[in-house]
Design a protein around this ligand. Sequence first.
Ligand code: ARG
Ligand code: ASP
Length: 715
Amino acid sequence: MGMKPSFLRLAMLCIYSLASIFPAKADQGMWLPLLLKQLNEERMQELGMKMSAEDIYSINEGSLKDAIVSFGGYCTGQVISEQGLLLTNHHCGYGVIQSHSSVENDLLTNGFWAPSLEDEIASPGLHATFIIRIEEVTEKVMAGITEDTPEIKLESLIETNIAKVSADAIEGTHYQAEIKPFFNGSEYYMFVTERFEDVRLVGAPPTFIGKYGGDTDNWEWPRHVGDFSLFRIYAAPDGKPAPYSEDNVPLKPRRSLNLSLAGIQPGDFTMVFGFPGRTQQYLTSDAVKLLVEETNPHRIGIRETKLEIMDQYMQASDRVRIAYASKYASTANYWKKWIGESMGLESYDAITRKKALEAEFMEWVNAEAGRKAKYGSVLDDIAAEVQKVQKGNVAYQYLREGLVRHDAIQYFQLLYALASIQDTGEREEYLVEAKRFLKNFDLATDKAVLSAMLDLYRENVPSTYHLSAFAKAGDPAESFYEGDWLSMEWLDEYAGNPRAHQKALYDLTALEMVAEIQEFYSTARGEVNGPQAKIDALTKIYIEGLREMNADRAFAPDANSTLRVAFGSVGGMEPRDGLVYRHYTTLDGVIAKEVPGVANTHEFFLDEKIKMLAESREYGRWADEEGYLPVNFLASNHTTGGNSGSPILDAEGNLIGLNFDRTWQSTMSDVMYNAEICRNIAVDVRYIGWVIEKYAGADRLIEEMNFVNEPMAAE
Ligand code: ARG
Ligand code: ASP
């Protein structure tokens, strides 16, 4: 097991709170912009917001929502100039920046600042998507469905309705439409979107700024990172989305954000506008127990092993370091997140709290016959299904996390798929994918990882799931790599005539293992997903009950990668007795953390230039009122993965920070949010401005941004 018990116990110190000293007024929840007026406007204004709900989301006027984009489908971005300049996190642009990097031209290490529009780098595959409007479509999606509709028909009826409603909504436009369930299917909302596919890289700080503190500081406070990068959205000359073309021009957005230099004070209203990916607020106590006691420890252990091996090989070679940079970062990210999540949930006694809520719920249910009939067994039924999930859960975690997602196994399947594709265009896409894969691949690293994964698998997974290779002598990973199928030459030959070469693929010893893994995976997945689907359906009923029980309270649906608003305030916290998190950090802290050395050999490298600039203390308009350069700050907005790159807006809707992370225990907010504990972390816009202007000298970018609330003493 990766997680050492002593470490766990040590980390699980109680979280105390000092609510009176740290104003952390916030409401749990990621709210639908469409419903703000009805549900949240009053509360937001009470917390200091000076805008109306209409300023945030309106379908008629340009509103703040018109400056927000889904960046690549996995992060959030915002438009910060009239010429389509897009701001997001460095870690959101990371894969793209990496794809433009090589040992000779290492944009990751050195940073990149396009001197002119012509130098901005096209980044195929990247897209930025605006939300045109949101509409509630529950009735339309449920049309023709009654209490008596048999369950087997339900899904296809809903699907048919969804297809029709979304097709109608975009007929005759260049928009897309997406309809998603909320509250596990109690409500449906449609998002009409406009997707731009010519998005170019404009600027990125060097890694030592954009990822300062690396994985050591990730999910931590105090933090000192300039986690931002800049892109630009390009459109056809008529302003409509178009694939990359030299004729495209910078987008004239419906709305762009102003950047405020006023600074932040504890208690100031903040809101986060973006695309949170997934939360599970309505898990029952048993499900939380399964997560904390079984699922998290196993997947943490798997990733810990992977990371140790990757790290060894990356340290030993520059080529491997660059090739695996992005993979390493994303593996490390959720490894650490799950540790923090379990830690937060345990020290906050989430299971006990959930149980208390469930007891309260049952009391309410049992008080009335009608409720008893509707909700009487729902919690017991969920508990029974959670038990069933447990049957295949461990095998499922190892198969998914350790094997199915293993690089060479994924590549094998890519080759396999390639052989059956008829369409030449589609085949070309797969080929590009395969080549990209090989570019970021190292055989020795991959083999060492697979070997370790198979060992872990054998130790932890029930023997009914054991691979036949385990019966043979030697390392089962060894035979997997026989033949030179993981080389560019092999791919070239294969690509020439995939169907003819399919036989060569069939002859490989790897085939047997891949096929067996696939088969086990689909069995284990079925064992988990079957009961999981029932849990989801039952949870819909449970949520309906909770909402009925608290009829005067607004409920927020779980995040599902749709546009949401969270609100709270600037503020520090006390993570444990005697330790205080101040609400912001400064450049002085960046300098203090430096570990002298060579770029890329460790996470706290600084170059001479930033040290010189820091020493001069001439921060100009970017300084705070005491002459410090602010770097990162904390606020109490309820955020999750996908909210990276989201704007943090002040009471008037000006940009004050760029969201990029949460403190470690805060990651429990995916399951249970608490305003005293949970903090999101942002880059202060003043640090972004300073890096662009003073460090990079990219004045042309500063000039196109609109700064407001200049401090009085500005130069
Ligand atoms: N923890 C943040 C989020 O989940 C940032 C991750 C990127 N930074 C890093 N050092 N890996 O995505
Ligand atoms: N860092 C996360 C992201 O990439 C945000 C979070 O989980 O707080 O979306």
